[in-house]
Design a protein around this ligand. Sequence first.
Ligand code: COI
Length: 357
Amino acid sequence: MEIKIIKAGPDQLKAKPRDMSQLGFGDIFADHMFTLNYEAGKGWFNPTIKPYGDICLNPAAMGIHYGQEIFEGLKAHQGKDGGIYLFRPKDNFKRFNRSAGRMCMPEVDADFVLKCMKQLILLDREWIPKNQGASLYIRPTMIATEPHLGVRPSNAYLFFIIIGPVGAYYKEGLNPVKIYVEDFFVRTSKGGTGEAKTAGNYGASLLAAEKAKEKGFTQVLWLDAEEKKYIEEVGTMNMFFVIDNEVVTPPLKGSVLSGITRDSVIQTVKDWGIKVSERSLAINDIIEAAKNGRLTEAFGTGTAAVISPVGEITYKNEDHIIAGGTMGKLSHKLYDEIIAIQYGEKTDSHGWVERIA
Ligand code: COI
């Protein structure tokens, strides 16, 4: 398929942020976007890079009514050497296609959309921040577009990629966040859509997150839906706990997102010869370990957040300070290591990084 390119005219070009060191997350978008259409019986067609703008959806589009929507999040980094680097982009599209399978949506040709994505990034390369801690966030998305109100999978879809410069995901930056262990609401359950990166999981998390925010927490830590006993994830991040010098994260059993940063952390920690386990972790055991000093660090991992230290955890109205409320040693080392790889500054022995310019 030939990619059609419609460049933004001078009047469509947007002003870039003056100070890329002051960026928030998710409000600013570059000049161009990529779109690709799908129809059953025809497949994918019409790959186009065009000026960033509104998309037109029929009000009966099935994605709006029945939630067939999936997305990914990845980043492009500009190194001090001027190189532009992507971090494990193929893994994002593998996961995208797994999400598509769960939501009865068509898979994309990962190699092709990756090629289109790279062209889009290079066309808007001036939007990539040059300072460390900031990057270009990339959001590949698919939504069902067929106008139809019966409940079944749609026969038509729109795939698109939007990009924009971002800074830290949390206003705390690298300062530790406070998390609230949610023991009433659930995000998902076994057999649900928790492992898919689909809009409904995030919609389902909002009420608990808002209630937690009102009480001064940054995020909610979800427990398993069946027993409310085992920790799952934080919705925007996977979670790691360091207990008795062992790094522990919940296993991927269908209700936890298979994070790419999560996997990178597991491999890096293994490389360093530190014991790491993917195993079920009861909230009571974490609280017990926090009380008797065996819990030395907790941190979340995600594309948007990278490594986010947790300085305080609250369960059943009891607050527990972790690592003295500061960023733990291992969290810091992991952050430095992953950032250095992502910006092309450190040898990447895993082949995670792809230089595209
Ligand atoms: C990411 O880490 O990229 C995510 O998708 C999490 C969130 C911003 C929705």
